[in-house]
Design a binder for this molecule. Structure first.
Ligand code: 5AD
Ligand code: SF4
Length: 439
């Protein structure tokens, strides 16, 4: 009987995609996917360290694995991902969680098969975390979670050092994949039925800077737009400071590039943006939004916002609220600032009490949700194109998919994953739309 594996992934799409590579390597070794950790022989926790609650969820999960290891000592428990790149986490695991078999980081996931074989033969704890990024490793096997939409790394790491952010320390310096490798991967995927690609990078707008070939992100999009059989191109994340006029133009000229951009603003206060080292002002950000809407009037814009950055005042918070009202985002991820060990902001004086932070957070979420609902209402009675992603989680509706503007649509109709169909919107909610397919 085949041995089984189970991977729990915390955090962003970059981590999701790393887990797809780990699954690919395990399947190449003959393992099959187990339904639960209890049911599996190799258990992996792929961690995130971007905020404190991700740390806490990881340690909660790890504590639970202790019982599995006790009941089944032959199980191999591995932990990897961003948290492992932080020295103090490795030390805590060794001291408090001695039942862990393998620890590795973000830079050497390609070594996992070797680490697993070593661990199975000698059963000593195996810690192998690279402090620095190595060469990009191409052609790792990938077991993709979705058939019709695929994650593609176009670059790794980040050089921006926003003062609150741990990512430059856990993912290393920025480096881009060669365009020909990216295009080759996409063409292969399209042959297998992929309709949509999501290009991943911490700052896709600075793609190409580390390459010999003279190419930037806009050039890459023009080239991917030519791939026959591919229907949709999405990307994340875009840093506003690197969003060029050439890239704005792409939304007008590349018909496969979806009409949506995720453009994290983090704060609407220029003073706080400076302390965050974001390298743009509120006015510059608003100008970018104007340029994007001039190029593509219906473009959907989403964002990330942090509330309660050290030293933030009521005045700063009102600047954020004002920016939100001016931009009118389609959707947003909101976070309460969480100090991260080793980042510059960790030592900034945080004099805002928890009650104020929560009050601001709630007010911001309310404003964002009101706007999302109003924007979704504009879709009512309209006909949209939806790429079917699977069955709907809503009881009385059968299918689910997304518009080019990234709106989730649950609808009734007949179709299969990957089809692009026309849907008439009958109901608008805050986070999704409902409708009926047209034939
Ligand atoms: N505290 C709160 N939010 C954070 N983010 C990154 N670091 C922190 C932190 N220390 C948020 C940012 C980023 C998103 C992925 O997570 O908004 O864009
Ligand atoms: Fe973190 Fe800033 Fe890099 Fe994004 S751009 S990963 S927020 S340092």
């Amino acid at each position: 009987m085949s041995k089984k594996y189970h991977i729990t992934t915390f955090g962003c799409q970059m981590n999701e995609h790393d887990s797809e590579k780990l699954a690919g390597m395990l399947e190449n070794m003959g393992y099959i996917e187990g339904l639960t950790p209890e049911d599996s022989d190799v258990i992996i926790l792929n961690t995130c360290s971007v905020r404190e609650n991700a740390d806490m969820r990881f340690f909660g999960n790890l504590g639970h694995l202790k019982h599995i290891k006790k009941a089944k000592p032959d199980v191999t428990i591995s932990v990897c991902g961003c948290m492992m790149q932080q020295e103090h986490i490795g030390e805590t695991i060794q001291k408090k969680y001695p039942f862990v078999d393998i620890v590795f980081g973000t830079h050497n996931i390609h070594e996992f098969p070797k680490l697993l074989i070593d661990s199975l033969s000698n059963r000593n704890i195996c810690i192998n975390v690279w402090n620095e990024e190595g060469e990009i490793v191409e052609n790792l096997p990938v077991k993709r979670k979705f058939e019709t939409k695929a994650f593609i790394n176009i670059m790794y790491g980040c050089n921006n050092f926003c003062t609150y952010c741990i990512v430059p320390y856990t993912r290393g310096r920025e480096r881009s994949r060669k365009a020909e490798d990216i295009l080759c991967e996409i063409k292969e995927l399209v042959k297998m039925g992929t309709k949509e690609v999501m290009l991943l990078g911490q700052n896709v707008n600075s793609y190409g800077k580390t390459l010999e070939e003279k190419i930037d992100f806009a050039d890459l999009l023009y080239r991917i737009n030519e791939v026959e059989g591919l229907e949709r191109i999405r990307f994340m994340t875009s840093h506003p400071k690197d969003l060029s006029d050439k890239l704005v133009q792409v939304f007008k000229e590349c018909q496969k590039v979806c009409n949506h951009i995720h453009l994290p603003v983090q704060s609407g206060s220029t003073r706080i943006l400076k302390q965050m080292n974001r390298q743009y002002t509120k006015e510059q950000y608003l100008l970018l939004v104007e340029k994007l809407r001039n190029a593509s009037p219906d473009i959907a814009i989403s964002t990330d916002i942090i509330v309660g950055f050290p030293g933030e005042t009521e005045e700063d918070f009102l600047e954020t609220l004002d920016l939100v009202k001016q931009v009118r985002y389609d959707s947003a991820f909101t976070f309460i600032y969480s100090p991260r060990k080793g980042t510059p902001a960790e030592s900034y004086v945080d004099n805002i009490d928890a009650e104020t932070k929560h009050k601001w957070f709630d007010a911001l979420v309310k404003e964002l949700n009101d706007i999302s609902r109003e924007k979704n209402l504009l879709y009512k009675d309209k006909i949209v194109e939806v790429l079917i992603e699977g069955s709907s989680k809503t009881d009385d509706l059968k299918l689910s998919g997304r518009t080019t503007t990234n709106k989730l649509v649950n609808f009734n109709g007949e179709g299969k994953e990957g089809d692009i169909v026309r849907v008439e919107i009958t109901k608008a909610k805050t986070f999704s739309l409902e409708g009926q397919m047209l034939y």
